[in-house]
Design a protein around this ligand. Structure first.
Ligand code: AMP
Length: 243
C-alpha cells in the first residue's frame, strides 16, 4: 500500500490534518466514458476513502443554482471545461472536508495541468501528496462504440448496453418496463466532439504525472473486475517519484 505516515498538520480537518494516520490520495484519469466512475466506487469501497467526483460537485452546484453552479452550467452545457480558477476553488474546498482527512479517490480532477499543480501545492501544505495517478486507457473508437450502444431507462435512469448488457425485452427496462432511450450526450457526433475538446488536456495531465514517475496505465478494455484488480494492485505499489 502506498500509504505513508505523515507528520501532524496544524488544523483539524481535511487531508493530512489528523495526526499520524496514513493518507492515500489517488487520481483516477481517463477519457469521458472510460469507466472512471465505476472504478472509483470500487476503490472507495476497498480502500475506505471517499470518491470525490468533480462532475458530481458541479452538477450539485448547478442543481442548487449557486453562483458557481450558474457559471459552471454555461460551460458544462457546451461540453467545455469549467475555468481553472473556479474548478480549483470548488474541488480543493471539497478535499478539505473532514471525511477526506484519510485521503480520497479523485475522479475528474485534475483535468488540466494548472489544476494538477494547484492540487500538488494544496496537498504539500498539508504534508500530503498524490500517491498514484491511475490512467484507465481506452482507445477513442472503443469509447464511441460504448457510448453509441448505451441506453437509459426513461423513468429512472437504469443503464443498459445493446451489446454488453442488453435488456431482456428489446427497448424496455427490465426493472420498471419503461422505454429505453439514447441520451443526447451518447450520440456519436456528441461523443466525438467531447473527446476532441477534452483529450488534449487529459494528455497534459497524464504527461505531468508520468514525468513524476507516479503514473500507472491500465488497459480499460478488460472486464470491470480485471480493471479493478489492476488499479488496486497499482494503488498498493509504493510510488517511486522522479520529483
Ligand atoms: P464529468 O461528470 O466528469 O464528465 O464532468 C461533467 C462536466 O463537468 C465536464 O464536461 C466539464 O464541463 C465539467 N468538469 C468536470 N470536471 C472538471 C474539471 N476538473 N475541470 C473543468 N471542468 C470540469
Amino acid at each position: 500500500m502506498s500509504v505513508r505516515e505523515r507528520t501532524p498538520g496544524t488544523g483539524n480537518a481535511g487531508i493530512g490534518r489528523q495526526g499520524r494516520r496514513p493518507v492515500t490520495v489517488l487520481v483516477l484519469l481517463g477519457a469521458p466514458g472510460a469507466g472512471k466512475g465505476t472504478q472509483a466506487k470500487v476503490l472507495e469501497e476497498k480502500l475506505g476513502i471517499p470518491h470525490l467526483a468533480s462532475g458530481d460537485l458541479l452538477r450539485t452546484a448547478v442543481g442548487a443554482r449557486t453562483p458557481v453552479g450558474i457559471e459552471a452550467d454555461r460551460f458544462m452545457s457546451r461540453g467545455q471545461l469549467v475555468p481553472d480558477g473556479t474548478m480549483i476553488r470548488v474541488f480543493l474546498d471539497r478535499l478539505a472536508q473532514p471525511d477526506a482527512a484519510g485521503g480520497a479517490v479523485l475522479d475528474g480532477f485534475p483535468r488540466t495541468r494548472p489544476q494538477a499543480e494547484a492540487l500538488e501545492e494544496a496537498l504539500a501544505q498539508r504534508d500530503a501528496r498524490v500517491d498514484r495517478a491511475l490512467l484507465i486507457d481506452v482507445p477513442i473508437e472503443d469509447l464511441v462504440k460504448r457510448a453509441a450502444g448505451r441506453r437509459i431507462c426513461q423513468s429512472d435512469g437504469h443503464v443498459y448496453h445493446l451489446v454488453a448488457n442488453p435488456p431482456r425485452v428489446a427497448g424496455l427496462c427490465d426493472i420498471d418496463g419503461s422505454p429505453l432511450i439514447q441520451r443526447e450526450d451518447d450520440r456519436e457526433e456528441t461523443v466525438r466532439a467531447r473527446m476532441t475538446q477534452q483529450l488534449g488536456a487529459l494528455r497534459d495531465v497524464v504527461g505531468y504525472y508520468d514525468s513524476k514517475g507516479i503514473l500507472t496505465r491500465v488497459d480499460g478494455r478488460r472486464s470491470i473486475s480485471e480493471v479493478s484488480d489492476a488499479l488496486l494492485a497499482a494503488a498498493a505499489d509504493p510510488a517511486k517519484r522522479a520529483v
